[in-house]
Design a protein around this ligand. Structure first.
Ligand code: AHR
Length: 358
């Protein structure tokens, strides 16, 4: 495999103005601005197959990866949006192989179904880096590395928080009636978040009235929740597997004349969500989402560093988990015990919300 440092090569094309102090990267090797010295560059080409644009989280993830895997950073990125379809992702990967890219970055829609195409990439000698959700393949050497979130941990945080919250509000476990608005079935985020809720419900004695997928999409979640409210008027907790689903759920509840809020003892419906995007956190500030567990979409820099490390032949981790927090609407629970350690729950403030870029 070629060495990254060797990829950015000067071809001795020092043009005018050797005294100039600014250096820019360009692929054409000619003088573009008087007094500025340009280098001719052989970029690392990367094909990136993204799931789609189903959520604010996904849009932020795409933006961040595009910014990090840029020509400015010595990378020529070929981007493909698969519109939530695995067959489109497989086609994109096959096209990247034909284009002889140096690396493939794959954000897989679901875990299963990747063995054949990843084997093809492997046989073509193209390293694959999986991001966000995982792939369930028989042979782990079919991908070089993975970068993303610990979705089971996110769910554990949410459920430990709910347990503490219910205890503090003196709500009996048997009076907690939950509906789960799931993500895309078979996606790692859905598997981790749904199974975390199921095992907590078994452990603590909560009722799960229904679990219905809404593909992480706002309008689908509104439809699903409208239906669920008719079937299960006793619902008092909605566990939304991302922020866009939470936004749709809030609309459905309010249109049905019910109230979202943090006090289920007063008949309010409490919402838990994941992502902590700007839109989600603004509902936390309004106390319409009680807890928003962060899913960090800013993975671009880690992916870029990983590509450079792999390219230079140095050691790299197979799995990298990104840092994540949890934001609450009130101070009822300020910390939980997570795997024997104290985990702080951050009370959301206007300042935190203002800083959130996506
Ligand atoms: O896989 C990450 C999930 O996918 C995010 O929670 C969601 O918003 C996105 O679409």
């Amino acid at each position: 495999m070629s060495n990254y440092k060797n990829k950015i090569r000067s071809f001795g094309m020092l043009l005018a103005g050797l005294a100039a102090s600014m250096f820019f990267l360009t692929s054409c090797g000619k003088e573009e601005k008087p007094g500025v010295v340009y280098y001719d560059v052989d970029y690392i080409t990367v094909g990136f197959s993204q799931v789609g644009a189903e959520s604010d989280w996904r849009v932020a993830n795409t933006e961040d990866i595009k910014n990090s895997l840029s020509r400015y950073n010595g990378i020529d990125l070929i981007f493909d949006d698969a519109q939530q379809k695995q067959d489109k992702q497989i086609l994109a990967i096959r096209k990247f192989i034909q284009q002889e890219v140096n690396y493939i970055v794959l954000a897989p829609v679901t875990e299963k179904g990747w063995d054949t195409v990843l084997k093809e990439a492997n046989e073509a000698g193209i390293p694959v880096i999986v991001v966000d959700r995982k792939v369930d393949v028989k042979d782990d050497s079919l991908f070089k590395a993975w970068v993303g979130s610990d979705f089971s941990r996110e769910s554990e945080i949410a459920c430990l928080w709910l347990k503490e919250y219910a205890d503090k509000k003196r709500v009996q476990a048997g009076d907690i009636n939950i509906v789960d608005i799931q993500g895309t079935l078979g996606a790692t985020a859905q598997i981790g978040r749904t199974s975390g809720l199921e095992s907590a419900a078994r452990k603590y004695g909560w009722n799960i009235l229904a679990s219905v997928p809404a593909d992480y999409a706002q309008s689908k979640a509104e439809e699903v929740m409208t239906d669920l409210l008719r079937k299960y008027p006793e619902v008092n907790v909605v566990y939304c597997e991302n922020d866009n689903e939470a936004l749709g759920t809030i609309d459905a509840i309010e249109k049905a004349g019910r109230k979202v809020g943090t006090d289920i003892t007063k008949g309010e419906i409490l919402i838990i969500s994941f992502d902590a995007t700007h839109a989600g956190l603004s509902r936390v500030l309004e106390k319409k989402i009680a807890l928003d567990v962060e899913c960090n979409p800013l993975q671009g820099e880690t992916i870029r560093d990983l590509i450079k490390t792999v390219d230079s032949g140095e050691e790299f981790p197979k799995y990298t988990y990104v840092e994540e927090k949890a934001f609450s609407a009130d101070e009822t629970v300020s910390s939980i015990e997570l795997s024997g350690d104290k985990y702080e729950i951050t009370l959301l403030t206007e300042e935190i919300l203002e800083e959130r870029q996506y």
